[in-house]
Write a protein that binds this ligand. Sequence first.
Ligand SMILES: [Ca+2]
Ligand SMILES: [Ca+2]
Ligand SMILES: [Ca+2]
Length: 223
Amino acid sequence: MNTILSRGLTSFLFIISCNAVLLPTTEASSIFFSEYIEGSGYNKALEIYNGSSSALDLGTMQIEIYMNGQITPYRTIGLSNTTLAAGDVFVIADSRADGSLLSYADQTSDNLGWFNGDDAIVLRDSLSLLDIFGQIGTDPGLGWGISPLSSQNNTLVRSSSIISGDIIGSDSFDPASEWVSFGLDDFSQLGSHSVSAVPVPAAVWLFGSGLIGLVGFARRKKA
Ligand SMILES: [Ca+2]
Ligand SMILES: [Ca+2]
Ligand SMILES: [Ca+2]
């Protein structure tokens, strides 16, 4: 075994022993709905979370509301031409909502009043789908899911284990799989969102670290 290879192997084993204790994690990687409020009266709001690692321009993004099983959007609402920092949220609310909800709003629109529990809601940018709440083309009756995880008369917060949007709009939808219920007119979760760190499979990380260690060592040796 030549010297470079043997020292590289030593470095690989050293990194393995260190990382066995400190396993790294990865977090959300995209922008998606983090909260859905279908409250009393005009208390309607959507919270959008930037789970990516960089600031995103919202000006090219829009929300589409597909009412009561429609296959084309009944309402399209362009988001403000603003930048959303990594890890931050953006709240759009119906302009006629209660003041206690409006105090969290970054943008208001009276078009949000068009969803009432049984509608599909899409977040997209000009080219691609980012997240879909509900099933496009299907009317679920009063709402998606069963109480207390129904999409009618409820505040739903995206589970912290979800790290990317649901971009399939044609499959069945049940809030129970990705959302947590907070009940009618609960605005306590508005204005922030967090995701739980997801451990990278240890074997994958250790192998990757070892390769990086070897590459780094070979570069240092060459320099
Ligand atoms: Ca409806
Ligand atoms: Ca879906
Ligand atoms: Ca929130």
